[in-house]
Design a protein. Structure first.
Lengths: 284, 284
DNA sequence: AATTGATGGTTCATTAATTGAACCGACGCC
DNA sequence: GGCGTCGGTTCAATTAATGAACCATCAATT
């Protein structure tokens, strides 16, 4: 999967908000700081943070101090760089104990990945992005799809995202189309009307497909899952190198994803909306 | 372990800050909202939140909206109550992938718990609290110590906390003594001078001990571990019913904790400060 | 059916907060 | 010694957070 870090010079904040920094309170700005941390950037110094975020240095500093007070970041005592803090671990543990999703999804993702020997990932809807929840990268020695769990996936440019647009709350579509759609590849849908049309189409066929619309050489298929409410909570996807995608594989992927999403939904205590269920060919 | 929810009517915010809401920015206030979630309170409605936090309802609402935008909380579509959001899971995954602590500590805690058949827990320093990282509750059918992973442990009233006061950064001691020390039991140290004295004592003997200073009937022994820097990053503790604590058990606990804390520190890429190491009787 | 008291959410003038340019001392590097 | 960069700080200007009051809605009670 393409990561934003490779997108060249642009501001993560602006990207996340679609250049719409109006209506962004202090809290959001501070919390978006945390999104700059990733596998490849686990520690960030003050000046570096300022450059990345395009905020005033004093502002960044004060935000970091507040985040540190609350344990969301901590400072490396040697380098004085900042990193994600321990409070996050505690909260994640509470969330997972009270609303287990990662542990539910884990088993199914592992199973699918083992069966097809391909990358499988599950993500949750979060604004106009998909927030990775769990993935399994089945390394069989050949080419494999790289997935960065730290990075948010744009809803308009990934199979998972478009599944969320099609089956999720209308607010997801609204949030996505209210900002400029960034182009990642030739196939990225950047026109909001075409995107809406595509979402409707996906809704009618029951699955989402994206051939190299986020990253070249990657072909993804995704299906939504539900928990409470009638709108998709997240999506589960299989991503394969384009060369390994063909009609036969595709149909197997779709059927497997349908039954898996159904199982996950059930385990999450949810139900597949009847309009969706009638499209999915379940069972067998 | 005693949980704050059982402390009767008092404001978590005030407790956390020691009634010192000066110097609390918007960000901190919003993030402290998240601390109200726990095992027993996984979902909180707006009005309930207002009552718990003692903030203006409009303020709480706006904060929740911002937290929702950033994915730190999400709303139950049916009940409209708020719960912890998915962003936390993603960030926790990044933190744990880049700075694995929970997974490092897990193994050692499990081992100790299995050996002694008692509750063992590891926590990280966070301001004037210890943030639970992992625990293992060895249920052998008899009495067992209950531990709530969601709740922050006050530094002045727990074995882990006092270990952090003794071996951690001076800022921990400062943060702790700068507010009123809440009494939990007869044995809770509520005088900051006695607390400082006790911390010095703990430093000289190399371990921290607390007999029913947080909750009745519970006797805990804790030892700090280190990673980067010369100050304790966290502590590992064994908590047993008072009836099962005696001199022999105690010495076994201490020796085991010392070697375990040493192992954890090494695995975290840290070093036990030499003054501490000279006190600990390591190896065999 | 009207009343009461919850709830979640909204409004707008007041006010207290955040903000940003400039500044500081420390460190490393020619 | 001069230069660039680092983390951190200052203070006046102003922007953004705040809180009392208000709405709409729902459920139980009278």
């Amino acid at each position: 999967m393409q990561t934003y870090e490779r997108q060249g010079k642009f501001r993560l904040l602006q990207f996340l908000t679609g250049f719409d920094d109006s209506g962004m309170g202090t809290i959001s700005k501070a919390l978006y700081l945390l999104d700059h941390f990733s596998q490849s950037t686990p520690e960030i110094g003050l000046s570096e943070f300022q450059r990345l975020s395009d905020l005033n240095k004093a502002t960044v500093y004060r935000h970091l101090v507040e985040l540190e007070k609350t344990g969301f970041v901590e400072q490396n005592p040697n380098t004085r760089k900042y990193r994600l803090g321990a409070a996050i671990l505690r909260l994640a543990s509470v969330r997972e104990r009270t609303f287990p999703m990662r542990s539910v999804v884990e088993h199914h993702v592992d199973k699918l990945s083992a069966r097809f020997k391909e990358l499988v990932h599950a993500s949750l809807v979060q604004g106009s992005f998909m927030s990775p929840l769990y993935f399994k990268d089945y390394g069989d020695g050949g080419t494999r799809v790289y997935f960065n769990e730290a990075q948010l996936l744009p809803t308009h440019a990934t199979a998972s995202g478009i599944a969320a647009l099609a089956f999720g709350s209308p607010s997801v579509l609204k949030a996505t189309t209210s900002k400029e759609l960034q182009r990642f590849t030739q196939n990225t849908i950047v026109d909001s009307d075409i995107l809406k049309q595509r979402a409707a189409e996906v809704r009618s066929i029951g699955f989402s497909e994206c051939d190299q619309c986020f990253e070249a050489e990657i072909h993804s298929i995704a299906v939504p899952f539900f928990s409470d409410g009638i709108f998709a909570k997240g999506a589960i996807a299989i991503a394969v190198p384009t060369t390994r995608m063909n009609d036969d594989a595709k149909h197997q992927f779709i059927r497997a994803l349908w039954t898996t999403a159904n199982d996950i939904t059930t385990e999450l205590g949810g139900q597949i909306p009847s309009e969706v269920k009638s499209v999915w060919k379940l069972g067998k």
